[in-house]
Design a protein around this ligand. Structure first.
Ligand code: ADP
Ligand code: ZN
Length: 728
């Protein structure tokens, strides 16, 4: 018998299978999707078995498969097929699709053999009479006898708690033995079964979804913050499990969602496997094993959890579906929603997309009837959406209130005096520098793209990253004439020190990339906040989503406009969703919430929609812009990057790529570029960008695939194609 094996090589041209002979001792055990070791040239490498058959096609000498690695783990039939879809979807290699689907410990080039955690136990090795006889004459070995007595009571003892020297002696005498048992690193007992009685509105939604439990059907659950979406997910899980099926639930970022995971553990205990990037390799391996061995019904995790080999799926939920974290930003550039749709089709099960602020794409589909729209407009119980207020920072700056306005300072004081908690968001992702007039709030916009210009410090130029428009920066504002143009940079540390000065007797916690990088630190902070050990929480976007602290009654956004100024066509949509999300952290319990947004653009449309909790208003406003400027969801986008260490090479090839693409361009397609990509140079590599906007594919994908192939063997120029990029 023979097998076709897919091997990994860096160069794409080797993305096909090689035939090997299956030696007779492996014939019975070898299965599709298994990882094997094979000779290749004068090396030995690993590969996946993609085909097994009796007769070989041609009369050529083929080598033997050497051995099967990790027998118990293989890519099952579904995942093998899914890999092919990912290749088609993203134009990646088949091998990189499969590699992406597996945790590192199971990837093909991983050297370490076993990630199983073994615990050593001690038990008796002789009949009781013999043991007793030994104890009888071993008068002086008090410690040894104690250990034997303990073991006689029928107990297994963990090796690590046993006295070493007595143990050594007893093992030598053959009286006790050591046993190894594998043990999962993560183990959570269910500790409450508190199931909430669903409200009528929640019940209706649950039923609408369960009605289609055997269909490939996508739902958009549009529920405001605190409307009880998570509770619905949990009860859907329960029913799905009762029907003998399994559930995958995706969350955008585990650090934002500690609380959700905890709620799932509480209700489902060790029926849940979790899967996210801050687990250790060993933990990931264990969680994968639980899924593979069908020991769990629920998988909760971030983007890559969509690839876990859960069988018999009855429901897929993607929470905070608008999050850009669901798009992978390196190869293969897949979107988790696309993968979820594929699996929902494969298993004939519903897919639920949940959000308080759905992406424009999803909302447009829901309004067209492609998705079933399920709105949930009321918070649970007496809780109401908080009152939002906008504070103009221009006059505050004149008063030297550089971080906190008088209004926000006063509100903070009052909240603290009532013994409630305050949350302050610094709206910042922070790599591009935006210049703002500190007197009137003016920011430079590109005349052609409706996008903020970014400052290139080295040359003191302001540039549009879409069309390449540039102008020289000056410190005089063209709007109000004041010499007050500054690049506006504000960090969480600065906010923290300002607060410490203003409120020295209150306890402040700062949550940002710096303070939460250590494993487990995020969870610790969240528990401490829940217990009321802090009065003020300062943070970046990581505090905006998913958290449920009933005692937080004031949310302040220090710089509401910062994300509006990110030069991206989604900045309005993203800002609306960020500010709505963070506002949703206020007043979730019995106490009423309040939100203050500090801005230099108090009349900005997006902020006005946030103020009125008007998702639909913002949706329509953004949709009009997208239509006018030919952006998604009206047009699909493809971004192509051409990169080289040499400026000339990159620039020339970019022009060549444009020429090639223009030949295949059909009526509805628009080609922009080449322009310099943003940032133009990364790691000394120059990057040019081409954007294609299109409505109907009409052979575009094929053209792109053939373009991709042309660059496989070009060494000094690298091509990168991103289909449906999340930002450009
Ligand atoms: P969302 O996920 O939409 O933000 P949650 O599911 O977290 O909303 O619900 C908000 C709060 O209301 C939580 O504290 C939750 O325990 C509670 N809750 C949800 N559904 C119910 C219900 N049917 N009865 C009582 N409390 C509920
Ligand atoms: Zn422009």
């Amino acid at each position: 018998m023979f097998a076709d094996v897919l091997v990994q090589f860096k160069v794409k041209s080797l993305d096909h299978t090689f035939t090997y002979h299956i030696p007779s001792h492996l014939e019975d055990s070898l299965e599709l999707g298994m990882k094997v070791r094979v000779p290749f040239g004068n090396q030995v490498i690993n590969g996946f078995v993609l085909r097994i058959y009796r007769e070989k096609k041609m009369e050529v000498e083929v080598k033997d498969i050497l051995e099967v690695i990790t027998k118990e783990l293989k890519l099952n039939e579904e995942l093998l097929a899914l890999g092919k879809y990912i290749k088609e979807l993203t134009l990646c290699t088949l091998i990189s699709a499969y590699q992406t689907m597996l945790p590192s410990s199971l990837k093909i080039n991983n050297k370490k053999e076993s990630y199983e955690q073994k615990i050593s136990y001690i038990s008796l090795n002789k009949e009781l009479e013999e043991i007793d006889a030994f104890i009888e004459q071993n008068k002086r070995g008090k410690k040894q006898n104690e250990l034997l007595e303990e073991l006689k009571r029928g107990r297994l003892l963990k090796k690590e708690i046993v006295n070493k020297s007595s143990l050594q002696k007893l093992i030598e005498l053959g009286l006790v033995r050591e046993e190894k048992e594998s043990q999962y690193r993560i183990w959570q007992e269910r500790d409450e079964t508190l199931k909430k009685e669903l409200t009528e509105a929640q019940e209706k939604i649950k039923n609408a979804i369960m009605e289609k439990k055997e269909e490939e059907s996508t739902f958009l659950l549009h529920g405001i913050t605190g409307s009880g979406k998570t509770e619905i997910y949990m009860q859907l899980c329960e029913e799905t499990i009762q029907n003998g099926k399994n559930v995958i639930l995706l969350v955008p970022e585990i650090s934002l969602t500690t609380q959700i995971v905890r709620r799932f553990y509480k209700r489902f205990g060790n029926d849940v496997a979790i899967f996210h990037s801050s687990l250790s390799e060993g933990e990931k391996y264990d969680e994968y094993q639980k899924i593979y061995r069908e020991e769990v019904h629920i998988v909760v995790g971030t983007r890559s959890a969509i690839f876990t080999p859960l069988k018999n799926i009855g429901l897929i939920v993607i929470d905070e579906e608008h999050s850009s974290n669901y798009k992978q930003e390196n190869n293969p550039r897949y979107h988790a929603i696309d993968i979820a749709k594929w699996r929902s089709h494969y298993h004939k099960c519903p897919l639920v997309l949940g959000s308080a602020t759905p992406s424009l794409e999803s909302m447009a589909r829901a309004l067209k009837g492609v998705y079933t729209y399920l709105p949930l407009n009321k918070r649970i119980g007496k809780s109401e959406l908080p009152m939002i207020q906008i504070v103009d920072m221009a006059p505050e700056f004149k008063k030297r209130n550089l971080v906190l306005s008088d209004e926000l300072q006063m509100e903070i004081m009052q909240t603290l005096e009532r013994g409630e908690q305050v949350m302050l968001l610094l709206n910042r992702r922070g790599f591009s520098t935006i210049v703002t007039c500190q007197s009137c709030g003016y920011t430079y916009k590109c005349p052609y793209c409706d996008i903020t210009l970014t400052l290139h410090n080295t040359s003191n130029h302001l540039r549009c990253h879409y069309c390449g428009y540039t102008k020289i920066n000056s410190d005089t504002c063209p709007e109000c004439g004041e010499k007050a143009i500054r690049d506006f940079g504000l960090g969480t540390q600065k906010v923290e020190s300002t607060l410490k000065e203003l409120y020295p007797s209150y306890r402040i916690v700062r949550m940002d990339a710096d303070t939460t990088s250590r494993k487990g630190s995020h969870e610790k902070m969240i528990s401490a906040i829940e217990k009321g050990e802090y009065d003020i929480i300062i943070g970046t976007q990581m505090i905006s989503k998913g958290l449920d602290f009933p005692k937080v009654t004031l949310v302040g956004v220090v710089n509401a406009d910062e994300s509006l100024n990110i030069p991206d066509f989604r900045s309005g949509e993203n800002t609306f969703s960020l500010l709505s999300q963070v506002s949703g952290r206020a007043g979730r319990g019995e106490l009423k919430g309040r939100v203050i947004l500090q801005t230099f653009n108090p009349d900005n449309k997006t902020l006005q929609y946030v103020l009125r909790h008007d998702y639909m208003g913002n949706y329509q406003y953004e949709m009009e812009l997208r239509k006018k400027l030919k952006y998604p969801p009206y047009y699909f986008l493809v971004s192509i990057k051409i990169m080289s260490k040499e400026y000339e090479r990159a620039s020339k090839e970019a022009t060549k790529v444009v020429q090639f693409l223009k030949k295949g361009l059909k009526g509805n397609m628009i080609l922009l570029g080449p322009t310099t990509a943003s940032p133009f140079r990364i790691n000394s590599i120059y990057r040019f960008q081409i954007i294609i906007k299109y409505r109907v594919d009409e052979g575009l994908k094929q053209n792109l695939a053939s373009l991709d192939e042309q660059y496989i063997n070009v060494r000094d120029v690298h091509l990168e194609i991103d289909i449906h990029p999340s930002r450009i």
